[in-house]
Design a protein around this ligand. Structure first.
Ligand SMILES: [Zn+2]
Length: 174
């Protein structure tokens, strides 16, 4: 396989990954990290959506993210579906090399909020720092609609990001 096509829908994140908060069990202010585990609790007419946060001592805190009307079973499914949309594929460059993939093309299907390309790719490409991503953008390994772009560029709907793995290999073998 020479090329891999991905389609990403980018939605505004409704929470921060970590935040400082008083932990009653620790008895002091500590940094809670989002475990990325979500829980939906139905309570009569409403469905509550929680994010499970953990303090350094593993004490949990359920952060309420949203409340939905539970008019029907369908409402619950909508919540589950929405949650899945936050998950976009991570890219493992080494694995793609092994599969002899020459290029990864990512179509930006939807954009909500502002998304920096360098930041997004440093999160989605495994073992790649933001510095590395910026370097690849400068070197033309990463293109947007076929052109080189500035590192701080914000993504727009229908853009196509290409990661030219052939170039990446040459650069990294030097
Ligand atoms: Zn604690």
């Amino acid at each position: 396989m020479e090329q891999v096509y991905l389609s990403w829908s980018l939605f505004k994140r409704d929470h921060e990954k970590s935040l400082e908060r008083y932990c009653p069990n620790c008895g002091k202010k500590v940094v809670f990290q989002d475990s990325l585990i979500r829980r939906h609790n139905a309570n009569g007419k409403n469905i509550y959506k929680f994010a499970i946060y953990k303090c350094p001592e593993d004490h949990t805190w359920n952060r309420k993210l949203a409340v939905y009307k539970a008019r029907s079973h369908q409402a619950e499914q909508t919540v589950e579906k929405e949650e899945r949309q936050f998950e976009i594929e991570t890219i493992n460059m080494e694995e793609l090399f092994k599969r002899k993939v020459k290029m990864v093309v990512i179509e930006i299907a939807q954009v909500e909020g502002s998304w920096r390309l360098d930041k997004l790719l440093s999160q989605q490409i495994e073992n790649a720092s933001r510095t590395q991503i910026v370097k690849w953008m400068k070197e033309g390994v990463i293109l947007v609609n076929g052109d080189t772009v500035k590192s701080g560029v914000l993504l727009k709907r229908d853009q196509k990001i290409s990661i030219r793995l052939g170039c990446y290999k040459v650069i990294n073998d030097e």
